[in-house]
Structures are given as structure tokens and as C-alpha cells.
Design a binder for this molecule. Structure first.
Ligand code: GDP
Ligand code: IMO
Ligand code: MG
Length: 420
């Protein structure tokens, strides 16, 4: 079998968690391939609302194996919290959650470095989630990092001290007070919890599943426009969030990639700093934030909101080789008289229909207007019953992007999902 990949096409928070949970019964294995606890993936079903950070979104499906791949970075403290919260919901993962030995560890001092670096940047800060993601990936590429496989080796404590001391030296550059002790204690408790899980080589494990004709879905974190290479650098995260990241983050060859499922919101949101050409800093933006409950699942920060951006969406579809689309939060658009979609940008006196390198310079969006609809669509259960105005909106997107929209999500709950 081939590996299907599901990922976000905007700036994250497209509803990946919800959709992975919906699709999970079709798959034997769900595997995270990059990012770490900067992610917040929300799942809602029955009366449960749950946010996952490091753990794949297949955990509420008993039959599903969940893998944390080599490309992920893990904070043992947050991992332990996630495990504890799941235990309270009677989800015991010791049997069906596997962790790659090659996954890197976020040390307490990585978090401090993240916070110190952001503070020093002042107004030019990235708006990081402050989970230590950047410093951990820096140590990975700098060949200094600690990996999950190291925790079972006798020299682990020494390696930890060595790297932490190096970070303490780095921290002398900053005017930043910190206290490592308290977090360190919980960190080592978290390490003991990680040891209770099956530690694997995800490259062997995932390829074996595929060779045995098992169905595996790779779950992306963040979104394409936050990719370290192709996002609005430097206002990005520190991993490859695009489809290629699933190859390096799990150990799967490019010719083994099957369907690439791209998720986008019916509008756009962004948390943290950086360019956002269609951002609405007005009442309409406020309405989107209110109706969409647009507050970060990890940090609680209000999300910036704006109209759908097609040049950006086309860029994401191209980078990922998206084969099918899923649109979420369609219900949030109910009630607007007029909806807008950005089709072009005005840049340096010209109209362009692509996202350029100069994304950090002012790109003035050019909009096409669509008639809105008034009815609440959260209870609608078939595509045919959706308002014609919404179908026209979707048909236009499909025509421009040239990829079919296969699923329409009309609410946060598992059940509020329309297959087309
Ligand atoms: P993720 O990071 O991509 O998994 O997305 P988040 O969980 O951070 O943010 C998506 C938010 O929208 C969560 O609160 C979801 O419960 C919610 N959500 C997902 N799909 C829909 C939808 O179709 N409609 C509405 N109203 N909310 C949705
Ligand atoms: P999910 O998986 C939305 C953003 C941060 C910041 C930038 C860098 O839930 O979609 P980092 O902590 O990686 O150093 O932050 O990236 N960011 C996200 N925004 N959803 C996420 O994940 C994000 N993960 C990071 O807000 O702008
Ligand atoms: Mg999120």
C-alpha cells in the first residue's frame, strides 16, 4: 500500500485533528511526522472535547495504532500530561502508541532559549508558541540533540547535563531570568513515562505496515504556509510541514506516497506574527473570530482572521501535490451578506496570481465577491442540501485550484461531516 498524507494548507488550525479522527476508522495506523507540542489538534465527539499536542489523532479509535515519527520533537512533560488526560478518559495507550527512537527531545533549556530569544526580538518576534520547537530543531540540525533512543542508555544523564550546560552558556547572552529546577523534575518523570511505550524505528515499522497492505495515514501539524522552506520566513515554524516532511519524518520513500489530503478553512486564520494579505482588521474579522471561536488550541491567543486566499491555496496545493481537498468551518460563513475570495495580489504595480518570494512586503489582495447565505448549516448531512450560494463558492474554488473537494465540515463534532 501507499502512505496517505493529511496536512494543513494554510497557517495551521485548519481542523486536522477533527478530520483525522473522522478518517481514522478507515486506517490501521495514524502517524505524526513533524512538529511537536506547538500543535493543538482538537477532537469533538459525544460530549467529549479533547486537544492533542504530540499524540496522533487516531487515539480515540481502539483498533488504530498511533505512531510518533522520527521527525517529531517531544517534550516529556507535555507528553506525560497528554497521557494522564487520556487516562482520565479511559484511553490506555501503552499498547497502541509507538514512539520513534529517532524523535528528538525538547529539553527544559530549549523552552527557556525559545522564550529568551523571542523576548530579545521585541517587536520582530515570531510569535512562537514558546514550546522550545526552534531551539530543539536547531540542536537536531546542529548535531547536538538528544533522541528518544538515548533515554534507555546509561550515559543519558551525562548527555543531558552536557547539552543543558551548553544552553546555560548561550543564555548568558540574554537578559532573561529563568528557573530550570522545577521543570527538570517533571521532565525526568516524563522520561520515565516515555519508557513505558514501545520505542521503535519508524522507518522499519511504517514500511513493514505498507508492505503488509495495511493502511497508514500520516498526520501533519501546523500548515504549509508555516513551512521552514516555503512559508513566510522567518515567520514560520522550524520543520517541513509539507508532504515531503512525511517522507523524512517517517522514513518513507517519495514513490510510496498515495493520496495527499489537503485541509483548508473556508476562510483564513493565523496565530503569531507574519504577513497575512487577506487579514480583516475590522468588524468582519471580529465576526469570523467570534463565530469560529478562533482562539489558539495550544496558547489561547486570539487568531487573526481574514478571507480565503486563493494564490496562497494554489501554492500549497502545488507544494504538496494535493490529490483531494477538505474544507472545514464552512458553517462559520453563515450569515454574511457578501463573502470574498482573494484571486490575485497587487504587487509593485502589477497584478499577480501567485505567492511571491516577497511575501513579507505589502501584497494588496484583489477580491471576487460571492453572495452569502443566511441559514445555519451545522445540522445538514448531505451535500445536496447545502445552500446553493455555498456550493457556488466551493465550485469556484475547485475550478481555480483544480482539485476536487471531497469532504465538507460544518461543525467541530465528528458527526458534522459531509462526504461528497
Ligand atoms: P488543527 O490544529 O488543524 O487540528 O485545528 P485546531 O483544533 O487547532 O482548530 C480547529 C478548531 O475548529 C477546533 O476548535 C475544532 O474543534 C474546530 N472545528 C473543526 N472543524 C470545524 C468546523 O467545520 N466548524 C466549526 N465551527 N468548527 C470546527
Ligand atoms: P497546529 O498543528 C497554528 C505558529 C506560531 C508562530 C509560528 C512559530 O495546531 O495547526 P513555533 O512554536 O513553531 O516556534 O511557532 O508558528 N504555529 C502554529 N499556528 N497552528 C499550529 O499548529 C502552530 N504551530 C506553530 O503561532 O506563529
Ligand atoms: Mg491547532
Amino acid at each position: 500500500m501507499k502512505l496517505d498524507v493529511l496536512l494543513g494548507l494554510q497557517w495551521g488550525d485548519e481542523g486536522k485533528g477533527k478530520i483525522v479522527d473522522v478518517l481514522a476508522p478507515k486506517y490501521d495506523v495514524i502517524a505524526r511526522f513533524q512538529g511537536g507540542p506547538n500543535a493543538g489538534h482538537t477532537l469533538e465527539f459525544n460530549k467529549i472535547k479533547h486537544v492533542l499536542h504530540t499524540i496522533p489523532s487516531g487515539v480515540f479509535r481502539e483498533e488504530t495504532v498511533n505512531i510518533i515519527g522520527n521527525g517529531v520533537v517531544i517534550d516529556p512533560v507535555i507528553f506525560k500530561q497528554e497521557i494522564d488526560e487520556l487516562k482520565e478518559l479511559n484511553v490506555d495507550l501503552t499498547k497502541n502508541l509507538y514512539i520513534s527512537k529517532r524523535a528528538h527531545l525538547i529539553l527544559p533549556s530549549h523552552r527557556i532559549l525559545d522564550a529568551a530569544s523571542e523576548k530579545a526580538k521585541g517587536k520582530t518576534k515570531i510569535g512562537s508558541t514558546l514550546k522550545g520547537i526552534g531551539p530543539t530543531y536547531m540542536d537536531k540540525t546542529g548535531r547536538n540533540g538528544l533522541r528518544v533512543g538515548d533515554i534507555i542508555n546509561p550515559g543519558f544523564k551525562e548527555k543531558y547535563e552536557f547539552l543543558t550546560n551548553k544552553h546555560k552558556d548561550l543564555l548568558k547572552q540574554y537578559d532573561f531570568d529563568y528557573n530550570l529546577k522545577e521543570y527538570e523534575e517533571s521532565w525526568f518523570k516524563g522520561i520515565e513515562i516515555i519508557k513505558q511505550f514501545k520505542l521503535i524505528e519508524s522507518e522499519h515499522e511504517v514500511n513493514t505496515y505498507l508492505n503488509e497492505e495495511k493502511l497508514v495515514l500520516a498526520e501533519g501539524a501546523q500548515g504549509t504556509l508555516l513551512d521552514i522552506d516555503f512559508g513566510s520566513y522567518p515567520f514560520v515554524t522550524s520543520s517541513n510541514t509539507i508532504c515531503a516532511g512525511a517522507c523524512t519524518g517517517l522514513g518513507v520513500a517519495p514513490n510510496k506516497i498515495g493520496n495527499v489530503i489537503g485541509i483548508f478553512k473556508a476562510y483564513c486564520t493565523r496565530v503569531g506574527s507574519g504577513p497575512f494579505p487577506t487579514e480583516l482588521e475590522n468588524e468582519e474579522g471580529e465576526t469570523l473570530r467570534k463565530q469560529g471561536h478562533e482562539f489558539g488550541a495550544t496558547t489561547g491567543r486570539p487568531r487573526r482572521c481574514g478571507w480565503l486566499d486563493l494564490p496562497a491555496l494554489k501554492y500549497s496545493v502545488m507544494l504538496n501535490g494535493v490529490t483531494e481537498l477538505i474544507v472545514t468551518k464552512a458553517d462559520v460563513l453563515s450569515g454574511f451578506d457578501t463573502l470574498k475570495i482573494c484571486t490575485h495580489y497587487k504587487f509593485n504595480g502589477k497584478e499577480i496570481d501567485y505567492l511571491p518570494f516577497e511575501v513579507n512586503e505589502p501584497l494588496e489582495p484583489v477580491f471576487k465577491e460571492f453572495k452569502g447565505w443566511k441559514e445555519d448549516i451545522t445540522e445538514i448531512d448531505s451535500y445536496e442540501k447545502l445552500p446553493q450560494e455555498f456550493k457556488d463558492y466551493l465550485l469556484y474554488i475547485e475550478k481555480v485550484v483544480k482539485v476536487p473537494i471531497k469532504i465538507v465540515s460544518v461543525g467541530p463534532n465528528r458527526a458534522q461531516t459531509i462526504l461528497r
